[in-house]
Structures are given as C-alpha cells and as structure tokens.
Design a protein around this ligand. Structure first.
Ligand code: URP
Ligand code: ZN
Ligand code: ZN
Length: 470
C-alpha cells in the first residue's frame, strides 16, 4: 500500500482551518501532522500555498438520463471523469423506475450502467416513477441495498409524475424505514395549462419555458410537499430549489421544527431568466425549475438561505443535452426547436460546481471558506448517509481530497472542459481559484493538468440513513 503525504497546505474542513500535512495510507487518512514532523512517504503531493479540502460530493446528477425522447449526453464514464476534473470525488445519481417497471429492476439497470465505468465513487437515489404496492415493498429492499432516498416528481405529468395519493403512500413508507423523500416541487398539472396556452399564442421560444413555470407554482408545490411530510412524518429534502416562494416554505417548516431540508444549484445562484432569451440559444439554459428573474430577488434570497442554513446543500442537477453546434456531439436540444416544451430539460454542471462556488461564493463574499466546504461536501455526506467515510478530512475517512489553488485564475469554456456536451453554461466566465490535484481513496487521479485514473476506480456506495438533523 502506498503512503502519501500532502505537504505544506492549509487543511480546511467545515469547522477548521489548520496548517497541517495529511498522511494517507491504504486509501484512508491516517494522520493530520503539525509541520515539524519527520514522517516520510512513498509519494509527496506539494500543497504549499494551497488549500487542502474534502473532495466535493454532488448529490444530484443524471448520467445517461432518458428524458424527452433522448438521453443525457454524459455517460457514467465521461460524467464522473469530468466531475473528478472539477474536484468532485463522489456523486449520487438517480436510478429510474418507469411506469410498469419494478423499482429493483430499475436500480439494477442503473447499477449495470455504472459498474466498471466510474472514475469516482457513486451511490444512487431511486426515482420512484410508479408507486404501487410492489414498489412500496421494494423501497424497503432498496434501503437495505444502500438506496436510502427516493425522488418523486410533482412535475412532468405523464412521465415521472406522482399524484398526492402516491406521494402520501411513499412518504408513509419512507417514514417507516427512516428513508428520505427527495422532491421535485413544481405543480406540473398547473404548469401544463400555461404551456398549452403559451403554445396556442405562438410563444414557442425557450424564453417561454421560464415564463410558464411560475415561481409561485414552485412555492405551492413545496408547501404541499411539506404538509404531506408533516402528516406522514417523512424526512423531506427539496431538490433544486430555485424560487424565494419555495424557500419561504422551507424556512417556515424548519422554524416549526420539521425535518425539511433543501438544496439549490449553481445555475440558480449565478444565472437568470435573461439567459433563456436570445432566440433558440436559450435552449442551453432550459432546466426545471427554470432560471429565475434576478431583479425579483430570488438569487439574493438563495445566497442568504445558504448563509443561514435554510439551504443546506449545493448540488448541480447535472443533466447535459447537446445543442448540436458541433459535429462530434449530439443534437438533443434541437428536439425543441419551434416548441419550447419539447426541449430536453437539463444543464451541464458537474465539472465547474466547486470552482464556481469558490470564485462566485467565497471570493465574492457570499459565504465563508468553511461554509463552502460544508455545503459542497460535508453536509451532502451527512444528509445522505456517507459521513464520516466521505465529506471531511479526518483520521479514518476516505482520502478523497482536493488540493485547491485559491490564487490561480482561469476561464470556463467548452474548449477544455471534460463534460461530453458541446457548450458551457458559463462560457468565458473568469474564475479565481482552481482545482490543482485530486485524490480519490488516496490515489492521485488529477494532477499537472492530466487525468491519471481509469474507469472502474469508482465503487458503489451503499449508503446509510440520513445523519443530518435540524
Ligand atoms: O431540468 C432538469 N432538472 N432536468 C433533470 C431532471 C430533474 O427534474 O431533475
Ligand atoms: Zn427534478
Ligand atoms: Zn435532477
């Protein structure tokens, strides 16, 4: 077993900041050493002048997701490698149960897609697209397999949608088993009326995606999900929260002492409704919930929510579809030319998350360095039953570590990114702070601007129940 020493850096966790060297043996952290030690190792990573942080954990990705008649462009191989380049060393992806399918079969199909292909460790949530008696029984089996959270959709009628009765039944089961319900909270039935009316008026451009999916309908669905969770006693985690109306509901629930949590995503912190303009180019930014109106104050409220812990996590909802601007890539977004409702929903984001949060979050004064680590790694691990194996730098933890150069500057661009998609949502954005070296279970997988890992380095993580409480 190789002994590795990360030397000379500033170790930052969710709590501490210390001048220490990190000793790794057998893929685990075995010691945090003051500078005056005499310990030697087989391999030394020079972190002088750099930050040494826990590897990022992105709890919301969709590699190869079937959506809108096509598939998300990143495979488990390309998507997890891109994640590694960006300093993320664990993902939790979403396995899918479709209508009429057994949930176990759905999970096994996703296990098969990921097996032997991942650059970093991975776990699964289960999208329960068909709640019935069999699915309820299977939820218990899935929890035993380490799938301890279930995503339900109040949006996308006819696809992933669950009605309130199905949600109640799944929440009752989750409460019984200690599992978490992850909720896509948008009132999809009401949204579809506005979609139909917009198309009848000839409003077909991507911009209308943002207009019909009104923030009040995210607030309404969030309220309903919270009330159903309160009734059933289920732990609720609102995914990809974008609107202040939804945040207000989460705050009220948390003030009432409910086990209600929420994540937001970089696209809601940094982009806005304006990105959906500019004709069909706006298709790049079509995701659900949609990007919100900056002037209405959503973004400021999200940053405040992150500071006050009303929002606990920043994930990406990485779900890339190609624009068709490059001949070696796909053309998935073109499906919605002339009808915004047919544009596959989703944006690329797994790679730049950590750098965006550092540059636009820490450097720009929205959050502290410790809070950056907490929302990108430590809380994700605790929320989804991976702590302290993942999410911190401590004796006994997996040596999933990022050496981060806070002074390096670079520009985000499709030229040079590693996601298998033909555009960057942040093209030309100047970043302060850059991922320098990435270790996954003690192995250096990124250094000197090169990838040194291989598909299959990443292992399946059977997760425990959530370890996060109010
Ligand atoms: O637009 C999105 N968010 N696409 C991925 C599927 C989902 O709803 O998370
Ligand atoms: Zn969703
Ligand atoms: Zn998603």
């Amino acid at each position: 077993m190789t002994k590795t020493l990360i030397k000379g850096g500033t170790v930052v966790t969710a709590i501490d900041q210390m001048e220490a060297d990190v000793l790794i043996d057998g893929g685990k952290v075995v010691a945090l050493l003051g500078r005056e030690h005499t310990v030697e190792a087989d391999e030394v990573v020079d972190a002088t002048g750099k930050l040494v942080i826990p590897g990022g954990i992105d709890v919301h990705t969709h590699m190869e997701l079937p959506f809108g008649g096509t598939f998300a462009a990143d495979t488990f191989e390309t998507g997890t490698r891109a994640a590694a380049w960006g300093g993320t060393t664990t993902i939790i992806d979403f396995a899918v149960q479709t209508v009429g399918q057994s949930a176990m079969d759905g999970w096994e199909a996703w296990m098969e897609k990921a097996r032997g292909n991942c650059a970093i460790d991975y776990g699964f949530h289960m999208i329960t697209g068909d709640i019935n008696d069999q699915t309820l029984k299977e939820m218990e089996l899935l929890v035993r397999e380490g799938v301890t959270s279930f995503k339900m959709f109040m949006a996308y009628p006819g696809v992933f949608y669950s009605d309130d009765g199905q949600i109640v039944r799944a929440m009752q089961k989750a409460a019984e088993d200690g599992a978490t319900i992850c909720m896509h909270a948008e009132n999809g039935i009401a949204i579809d009326v506005f979609v139909e009316q917009a198309l009848e008026r000839g409003e077909t451009d991507p911009m209308y995606h943002g207009i019909v999916r009104k923030s009040i309908l995210e607030g309404e669905a969030t309220h309903r999900a919270i009330k159903l969770a309160e009734l059933t006693g289920a732990q609720l985690y609102i995914v990809h929260l974008s609107a202040q109306e939804a945040l207000d509901e989460v705050i009220a629930a948390r003030d009432a002492g409910l086990q209600v949590f929420a994540e937001t995503c970089p696209q809601y912190l940094f982009l806005s409704l304006e990105n959906l303009g500019n004709g069909f180019d706006g298709a790049k930014y079509v995701c659900s919930p949609p990007l919100r109106d900056r002037a209405a104050g959503h973004q400021d409220r999200l940053w405040r929510g992150l500071r006050t812990n009303d929002l606990q996590v920043v994930s990406t909802d990485h779900c890339p579809f190609c624009m068709g601007d490059h001949h070696t890539f796909g053309t998935q977004k073109q499906l919605g030319r002339g009808d915004f409702s047919k544009i596959p929903n989703g944006m690329p984001g797994v790679e730049p998350r950590m750098e965006l949060l550092y540059s636009g979050g820490v450097e720009d004064g929205h959050i502290s360095l410790n809070r950056f680590v907490e929302i990108s790694s430590t809380t994700p691990a605790k929320m989804f039953g991976l702590y302290p194996k993942k999410g911190t730098i401590a004796v006994g933890s997996d040596a999933d570590i990022v050496v981060f150069d806070p002074a390096a500057t670079h520009v985000l661009s499709v030229d040079g990114h590693h996601m298998d998609v033909d555009y960057s949502a942040y093209e030309g954005w100047e970043m302060t702070g850059k991922v320098d070296t990435v270790l996954s279970k003690g192995k250096v997988i990124i250094s000197d601007n090169a990838y040194h890992g291989s598909p299959g380095d990443g292992e399946y993580l059977a997760r425990g129940l959530s370890q996060y409480t109010n």
